[in-house]
Design a protein around this ligand. Sequence first.
Ligand code: IMP
Ligand code: MG
Length: 176
Amino acid sequence: MQKIKKVLIPEADLKRRVKELAEEINRDFRGETVTFICILSGASVFFADLIREVDLDVRFEFMSVSSYGAGTVSSGEVKILKDVNHPIAGQNVIIVEDIIDSGCTLSYLKRVLEQRDPKSIKICTILDKPSRRKVEFTGDYVGFEIPDEFVIGYGLDFDGRYRNLKDVCVLELTED
Ligand code: IMP
Ligand code: MG
């Protein structure tokens, strides 16, 4: 059984921060076209909120990557389950992710996408757990740095559940 232990980031704080991130992106890319790549499924809720605060010529893409299981030695190898639909060569790309944890997923993905010669590539994440890094990795647009606790809600799941919660919450993992 799992219980929700506490609200870590309430809906209102998420809303405010998403607006700030979008404003930063609007400033940085004024007059440019930007391809936003949503990393499924965790980033879907954040992506939908962020993109509506962005005031640029935008394109949407969606990617899905496999996560390695717990206890697996992190080789940095991540499997692409669904790739973008159009080439990204010559484009400004912003990867939109739910959380940077070990950093393995994004560092692999960024390397793969860099090989496709985009004009620029940036990382936008709503959450960041810097204390958990296994590989060096920094996001360009980061919503909140959070402590080493397992969080759910606002797109993030535990075993496929809780993605629809409006707040980011901490899950209490119990034995039974
Ligand atoms: P990475 O460890 O940085 O490669 O993160 C890979 C993925 O793990 C993220 O995209 C999330 O889907 C998932 N993840 C990491 N920490 C959490 C958490 O606290 N709650 C839910 N999912 C998480
Ligand atoms: Mg995930």
